[in-house]
Design a protein around this ligand. Sequence first.
Ligand SMILES: [Zn+2]
Length: 164
Amino acid sequence: MEKHQTDPARASTVPQVAPIHPRKLAKVPFLELTDGRLQGVVSSGSDIERVYVSSISAGDHGLSCSTNNNRPCGGLNGRSSCKHIELLLAEAEKQFGATQVARYLSIEVAEGEPLFGGLHPTSAPGHAAEVFSSFLRHLAYLEIPVSTEPLPELQWFPAGPAQP
Ligand SMILES: [Zn+2]
C-alpha cells in the first residue's frame, strides 16, 4: 500500500474529471485538489463582477480567501470560516466525492455529514495568484465550441468592451 493518505501534501494532483454529482458551475466555476490544498474560484453572491479565490490546506486546514483584486475576504478570520470556503468544500464533495475530499484534506466527520463541520480552521497565507493562473489555464484547456449560449465557466467575467 502506498502511504499517500498519511501525507496529503505529497499526494499527486487530482485531475479535473467529470463531477460525481452535478455541480453549480455558476457558483464555483473552478476547483482543484492540488499542492496539498483544495482551492478554487467562488462567485460573489452579491457582486457579479467579483470572485473570491478560496483555499483549504490539507492536514492543518489553513484557510485563505480573498477577492480577485487581492482584498481579504471580510467573512474569514482566524477562527471561523466564510461562506466561500463552505461553498468550495460543498462543491468539491460533489466534484470528487466526500470520501476523496475528506481523505485529501484529513477531515473527519460522521458518514453523510457535511465536511465543513469537520474543519478545524486556522488562517493560512493566500494563494490567489497561483489559483487564478491555474483557473485561466483550465479555461484555456477547455475546448469551447463557438456558441452563442452563455458559458457557466465565464459568467463571472466582467463584460468585455462594448459591442458596436
Ligand atoms: Zn470568503
